[in-house]
Design a protein around this ligand. Structure first.
Ligand code: NAD
Length: 480
């Protein structure tokens, strides 16, 4: 496969002819060769997005018509589910059924925001006799979007759909680790009637294309999804141009399991929260806080689950696929060694699988690190792999303190049959999203999502996300 950039409605090579290879993490084999956007390509993409805004070919048409085009995109995503899911699975390594869900969720973003395109309303503000004051929400302009490799089509759609609904034009930079489905999204947009320049896709390295986009003086807004360190640098670049940013960063999200919970249900939820996408999920439930008296019963349930998971190439639809790259696999392995040396006990997994047929890919076993204490590195740092750190607590106060003893605050799960306990803890946890007796909600397209603390700021998903892609104009009329 040879892939190009998408700029101004056209598939084009990089300005210097540069390319990069993309590898299938299930086998280590080359999947595709992709044009590598240069600084000049990013500038062309930003310029074409500006022209699209200036021409009013998108922001100036009837909002209902924008919605119709976006609904077509939703339908085309659904129609192409199998092909897109297979591509995502080969690019990222995730099991096919998880990739199918990602495509369905991407479609749902377009459907949800298509319905909102003609309902972005302002207010009237009472100023008293002789005045009419009202607000309008105008598109913010050119939205730059930098996305990671872990959920390329889902996170691509998550930012692109609300921006398009608001009437913005987008320059999307996927990760060089997994850029394929973002390019398909750009193609689907064109096939469904997006005018040229409204959705540009510029795969490339963070250090060139990413920096060029984040520091570009002519973007009007930036949505960054990725790691904290890169996010801080991106936010500084945007600040130099007074460009507002949405920062969707990392996490070390706790699942808090009380002894009175339905332990079977909780074990299923906790295992899925850490092992889905091989733990490479910003909202992964990567810390388990378990009430001491339920520890043994709960951890043995989790160990049974971990040990029975089938590992294999994403397209064979196993329970868990590979890690994205050799480098990331070594990082995960390194953290397990760190955990051991800190005194954690491996209760399941802890190594690469022995199966010789998997030797070419970047696989790691679903792993439980037990007897973790709250200040160990494995309890504090985002591992971004299938590794769960297990910490015990004795009462609700301690659970709240431990849940909050983190620089992150993205998601938390609470498992108990006692609604008072659940609500009390939910009010005390510093985190942008809290689940009670569940974890995740089928993609959560409708639910505002984003971080407290170093997990970021601004909100994606749901109606809240429109605040990022619109700007408020106040109009004050004196009459009579
Ligand atoms: P990353 O920060 O390395 O890269 C993210 C994106 O930024 C990529 O497109 C990359 O090319 C680009 N980039 C890298 N350096 C850049 C630079 N100097 N300037 C501009 N852009 C640059 O993250 P990753 O490894 O791709 O993804 C994993 C991280 O993303 C984890 O920390 C995870 O928690 C986080 N994440 C957060 C969310 C969320 O919604 N909060 C969702 C998914 C992933």
């Amino acid at each position: 496969m040879n892939e190009t950039l998408i700029i101004n409605g056209e598939r084009v090579a990089a300005s210097d002819g540069g390319v990069f290879d993309v590898f299938d993490p299930s086998s280590g084999e080359r999947l595709a060769t992709v044009a590598k956007a240069t600084r000049a390509d990013v500038s062309r993409a930003v310029a074409s997005a500006h022209e699209a805004m200036a021409s009013k070919a998108w922001g100036g048409i009837a909002p209902a018509e924008r919605g119709r085009i976006m609904n077509r995109m939703a339908q085309m995503l659904r129609d192409r589910t199998e092909a897109l899911a297979t591509l995502e699975s080969r690019d990222n390594g995730k099991p096919l059924r998880q990739a199918r869900t990602d495509v369905q969720v991407a479609a749902r973003y377009f459907e949800f925001f298509a319905g909102i395109a003609d309902k972005i309303m302002g207010n009237t503000i009472p100023l008293g006799p002789g005045y009419l004051d009202f607000t309008v929400r105008e598109p913010i302009g050119v939205s730059a979007q930098i996305v990671p490799w872990n959920y390329p089509i889902q996170i691509g759609a998550r930012g692109v759909a609300p921006a398009l609904a608001a009437g913005c034009a987008v320059v999307l930079k996927p990760s060089s680790e997994a850029p394929m489905t973002a390019l398909r999204l750009g193609e689907i947009g064109l096939a469904c009637g997006l005018p040229p320049g409204v959705l540009n896709v510029v795969p490339g390295n963070g250090s060139e294309a990413g920096v060029a986009l984040a520091s570009h003086p002519h973007i009007n807004q930036l949505t960054f999804t990725g790691s904290v360190d890169v996010g801080i640098g991106v936010a500084k670049m945007a600040a130099d141009n007074v460009v507002p940013v949405v920062m969707e960063l990392g996490g070390k999200s706790p699942n808090v399991v009380f002894a009175d919970a339905d332990l079977d249900l909780a074990a299923q939820g906790v295992a899925n929260a850490i092992f889905q996408n091989a733990g490479q999920t910003c909202s992964a439930g990567s810390r388990l806080l378990v009430e001491r008296k339920a520890h043994d019963a709960f951890v043995s349930r989790l160990a049974d689950r971990a040990q029975s998971m089938r590992i294999g190439p994403g397209v064979s639809d196993p329970d868990m696929g590979p890690i994205i790259s050799k480098k990331q696999l070594e990082t995960v392995e390194g953290y397990v060694s760190i955990g051991r040396s800190e005194g954690a006990v491996v209760a399941a997994g802890g190594a690469r699988p022995a199966d010789a047929s998997l030797a070419g890919g970047y696989y790691f076993q679903p792993t439980l690190l037990d007897r973790v204490t709250p200040d160990m590195r494995v309890a504090q740092e985002e591992i971004f792999g299938p590794v769960l750190a297990i910490v015990e607590f004795d009462d609700l106060d301690e659970a709240a303190e431990l849940a909050n003893r983190s620089q992150y605050g993205l998601v938390a799960g609470i498992w108990t049959r006692d609604i008072n306990k659940a609500m009390s803890l939910a009010s005390r946890i510093q985190s942008g999203q809290i689940y009670i007796n569940t974890y995740g909600a089928g993609g959560g397209v409708e639910l505002p999502f984003g971080g407290y603390k170093k997990s970021g700021y601004g909100r994606e998903k749901g109606l809240e996300s429109l605040a990022s892609y619109t700007q408020v104009k106040n109009v004050c009329v004196k009459f009579g």
